[in-house]
Design a protein around this ligand. Structure first.
Ligand code: SAH
Ligand code: SF4
Ligand code: F3S
Length: 479
C-alpha cells in the first residue's frame, strides 16, 4: 500500500485516490495481535463514541475488541478514560461540526492530563480537509486512522503511547479484507454482520464511496461461519450489513450473489435475519422470492428512495425512476403480506423545484412508509452535487422538510393502527430506556414495542399483545 502524500510521517487521505476503482477482487488477510501490544492497555481505560450508520457501530465493536485484547477496560466516562476514540460520520456537515465541537471541548481535560490520548477515526478521518483542519487546530488529537485500516489500531496506539508522537495513517485505497478480528458486541442477542464493504454507486450527493472505498464482498464461508458462531453464543438475530447489500458478490463474479447468500443465511436456522441497506437499482425479484420463502427473514425492508422526482433522481445518479421504485414496492407488498416499508428522503437537493418536491410527496402518499429518515441536502466537498448550482433558499428547504415530516408522521401513525389488539413476536432487548419496569424490543415487522412482563425476558422471543399505538412505537403486554 503506497502512501498517497507524505507530510512529515503522516499518511493522509486523498479524494482523487479514493475515487479510483480497481478491478481486482479484494484478497483476504488474517488479523493477529502482536505480542508487544498485548499488555499495553493494562490498568488503563478506553472510551469510544460512535456516530453514523451501522457500519460504524460494527467497526466500533471491532475497535473495542482489539482494545480489550490489549488489556484496556471499557468506560462510559470520558474523564476517566486514558484513550478516547471518536468514530465519526461524514455524511452530513452538521454531524461533523458536532464532533469537532466535542473534541474542541476536551482541550482543558488534555491540558490537565496530557498523557490521555484522543483518536479520530471513522469516515471523517477519510476526508482531506477535515484531517488538515484537525492537524492544525486540534493538537489534542494524537491519533488519526481511517476506515480501511482499523486493524492497525493496536500498533498505532502503542506507538503513540510509547513515543508520545502523533500518528496519522489514513489509506485512500482499501486493500485487503481482514478476517479474524476480535469484536466486543454491543448486544448479545442481535448482531451486525458485515457482508460487504464500500460502495460503487457514487450517488452525486454522497461521500460514502470516498470514505469507504470500492465494493468488496466477504466470502460466503466467512459470513456463514460468523453467523453460526453467533448462533452458538445465543444470538437470535443477524443483521447483514453493506452500503448496498443487493450488490453482494458482484466483485466475486457472482450473479445475484445476494439472493444466494440470503438463502444460505436463512438455512443456518438462526431465528431472525435482517439486512441494511438495499438499493432499488440492484434489487432482484429472486431476492423477494427468498424473503417470502424463509420465515426467518423478517418481513420489513428499508429501501431508500431519496426523491420522488425523476429529474432529481437522475441528477442524483440513482439509476431508477419513481415509477420503477413504486413497481418494486408493489411487488414486495403483493408477495410478502404485512411487510413494513421504511426509507430515506433528501429534500433541498440543488435546484429542487416545487414540482420536484410535490413529486416526492406524491410518492410518499403512494408508499405510505412505516418510517422514514428525512434530511436536508448537505453539500459534501469533492462530490459532484456540491458544485451544482442551487438557487433554493435554506428557508424553503426547511419548510419542505417540515411539510414532509408531518406527512411522514401521519402515515407512521396510520400504519401502526392495524397492530392494535394484535399479538406480535418481539425479541426482547432488556428494559426500556425510559422505564426499568417496562421491557422493549422489535417485532418481526421491525416495530419498536414497549411492554410489561412478569419477569425479565431479555433475549427471548416474546408474544406481546398490543394495547396502545404511537407514531414511532407500540405499547403492549407479554402473554
Ligand atoms: N448506503 C445507504 C445509506 C447511505 S447514507 C444507501 O444507499 O441508502 C444514509 C442516508 O443519508 C442516505 O440514504 C441519504 O438519504 C442520506 N444522505 C447521504 N448523503 C447526504 C447528503 N449529502 N445530504 C443529506 N443527506 C444525505
Ligand atoms: Fe451513498 Fe448512494 Fe452508495 Fe448509498 S448507494 S452509500 S447513498 S453513494
Ligand atoms: Fe456516516 Fe460513514 Fe456510515 S459517512 S453513514 S458512518 S459509512
Amino acid at each position: 500500500m503506497k502512501p498517497m502524500k507524505k507530510d512529515e510521517n503522516y499518511i493522509l487521505p486523498d479524494h482523487a485516490a479514493e475515487r479510483r476503482r480497481s478491478r481486482n477482487a479484494a484478497e483476504t488477510a488474517f488479523f493477529e495481535m502482536g505480542e508487544q501490544n498485548r499488555m499495553a492497555g493494562l490498568h488503563k481505560k478506553y472510551y469510544i463514541r460512535t456516530y453514523g450508520c451501522q457500519a460504524n457501530v460494527r467497526d466500533g465493536e471491532t475497535m473495542a475488541g482489539m482494545l480489550e485484547m490489549m488489556g484496556f477496560e471499557k468506560t462510559e466516562d470520558m474523564q476517566e478514560a486514558d484513550v478516547l476514540l471518536f468514530n465519526t460520520c461524514a455524511v452530513r456537515q452538521a454531524a461533523e461540526e458536532r464532533v469537532l465541537g466535542e473534541i474542541g471541548s476536551l482541550k482543558p481535560m488534555i491540558l490537565a492530563h496530557p498523557e490521555k490520548i484522543i483518536g479520530l477515526c471513522g469516515c471523517m478521518a477519510q476526508e482531506e480537509t477535515i484531517v488538515r483542519r484537525v492537524l492544525q487546530k486540534y493538537p489534542q488529537v494524537k491519533l488519526i486512522f481511517g476506515t480501511h485500516n482499523i486493524h492497525r489500531l493496536p500498533d498505532l496506539l502503542s506507538q503513540v503511547m510509547h513515543t508520545g508522537n502523533r500518528m496519522v495513517e489514513v489509506l485512500s485505497e482499501e486493500g485487503k479484507i481482514v478476517e479474524n478480528l476480535p469484536a466486543k458486541r454491543t448486544q448479545q442477542y442481535k448482531a451486525f454482520v458485515n457482508i460487504m464493504y464500500g460502495c460503487n454507486k457514487f450517488c452525486t450527493y454522497c461521500i460514502v464511496p470516498y470514505t469507504r472505498g470500492k465494493e468488496r464482498s466477504r466470502t460466503r464461508q466467512d459470513i456463514l461461519r460468523e453467523i453460526r458462531d453467533l448462533q452458538e453464543n445465543g444470538c437470535r438475530e443477524a443483521v447483514l450489513l453493506g452500503q448496498n447489500v443487493n450488490a453482494y458478490g458482484k466483485d466475486l463474479n457472482e450473479t445475484d450473489g445476494f439472493t444466494a447468500l440470503l438463502r444460505d443465511c436463512a438455512r443456518t436456522g438462526i431465528d431472525r435475519i435482517r439486512f441494511y441497506t438495499s438499493h432499488p437499482r440492484d434489487y432482484s425479484s429472486a431476492t423477494i422470492d427468498v424473503m417470502r420463502e424463509y420465515p426467518n427473514i423478517m418481513p420489513s425492508l428499508h429501501l431508500p428512495v431519496q426523491s420522488g422526482s425523476d429529474a432529481i433522481l437522475k441528477r442524483m445518479n440513482r439509476g431508477y425512476t419513481a415509477e420503477s421504485y413504486m413497481r418494486l414496492y408493489d411487488e414486495m407488498k403483493e408477495k410478502i403480506p404485512g411487510i413494513t416499508f421504511t426509507t430515506d428522503l433528501i429534500v433541498g437537493f440543488p435546484d429542487e423545484s416545487d414540482e420536484d418536491f410535490e413529486d416526492t410527496l406524491k410518492l410518499v402518499d403512494y408508499c405510505r412508509f412505516d418510517l422514514a429518515y428525512s434530511f436536508i441536502y448537505s453539500p459534501r466537498e469533492g462530490t459532484p452535487a456540491a458544485s451544482m448550482p442551487d438557487s433554493i433558499p435554506m428557508e424553503v428547504k426547511k419548510e419542505r422538510l417540515q411539510i414532509l415530516n408531518s406527512r411522514l408522521a401521519q402515515y407512521a401513525n396510520e400504519n401502526n393502527q392495524r397492530f392494535k389488539g394484535q399479538v406480535l413476536e418481539v425479541l426482547c432487548e432488556g428494559s426500556s430506556k425510559k422505564n426499568d419496569d417496562v421491557y422493549s424490543g422489535y417485532s418481526r415487522e421491525n416495530k419498536l414495542v414497549n411492554f410489561r412482563a412478569d419477569r425479565n425476558p431479555e433475549g427471548e422471543l416474546v408474544n406481546v399483545e398490543i394495547t396502545d399505538i404511537h407514531s414511532f412505537s407500540l405499547d403492549g403486554k407479554a402473554l
